[in-house]
Write a protein that binds this ligand. Sequence first.
Ligand SMILES: [Zn+2]
Length: 421
Amino acid sequence: MPKDPGAPHRAPVTDRSSIRPGNLGSVLRRLRDDGPRSRTQLAADTGLPKATVSTLVNELTDLGLVREGDPQRSEGAIGRPRLAVELDGSRVCGIGVEINVDYVAAIALDLRGRTVFERRAAADVPALGPAGTLDVVAELTTEAIARTRAQGVRPVGMTIAAPGGADAAGGSITTAVNLGWRDASIVAPLRERFGPHAPLPPIAIRNDAHVATVAEYVAVAGDGVRDLLYVTGEVGVGGGVYSGGRPYQGSRGRACEFGHMPINPEPVPCPCGRVGCWETMVGLGAFLERATDSGDAVRDPLTDRERRLADLHSRAEAGDERTLTALREVAAGLGRGVALLVDAFDPELVVLGGYFTQFADYLLEPVQRTIDERVLAPSTGRCEVRPSTYRYTSTVRGGAQFALEPLFQDPVGTVGRSPEL
Ligand SMILES: [Zn+2]
């Protein structure tokens, strides 16, 4: 074969067996979590020989997943700066779709986390039911796939995230009490809407708070955080946990249903059928009931939630006593539950998402104070409370990042399984 003088210098391929999916994936994961770095640094990070790392980097470059970045000179080093390797965001993306009580959203993120496509549609999902909602999902994903492919970016996976239990293997939602859905098949009827020959990437279904936790974790992993508790205020209250840099799933993937911890001293009925669940104290529905009357425009599910709650936030700013009292009650209930979870999981960071983020200026400080007062071993270090990095887009972003996750296990197989452009 004639030698291409423009080709970058390649290390001789001495060990094809080193191109194992796990090794390729772990190099890719390092570049995502820790940022651009030289081959020498990657070898030190992964414990693999430098020649092996060079082979892996070449393979990932051929797949379009990494590229040469700017030269890097390590601190105090002399001589020629080393060429850094970085993720290449231009070739593949993951698509996240979020089904929420009052909207459906879709986003496509490339490998570097750049937004390639984003759209949110207000929708009364309980009234639409599974079939009507899947029509909205199909419309959004059709647009997402068309727009990403038009930019030359290939979707390698799609995650549909919904509140409640998700049967990943069966492609269905088992119970979503706040949507009023039970055993709703999702993946198969969605594929039917596209027809048998549509170039769709693999589709997965997951619990919304679990995938939101992925987005929040990826956002702070670069700061060295490995133990994270995420609690999100939606109509329900859910969350997720990362322990030692790994997501905590539970034996059936149903862990972290925090909203149904029975900690409300009042026996308020919950849509799950029990009474006194945490979400009857701090869920969005409970907050709106305390803060507003039933005909208030702030409760209209067909108006974008962020805009509605911005109105409510303005009332708090203007000193409206009813809104402020409701916020004080939410803060007290939130602090009580979060302190319990901090004792149970011992995180270094608590991230509050959903509407808790939009009202962070009223909720964060009292919740932090409650944790500081109530945790059992304050001498072992402070657990910090922060608002979500992404507010209402954590779930849909996490869905897109979760859709990229197979790349970090088996880059060659994942790119191979995605439809050609
Ligand atoms: Zn409940």
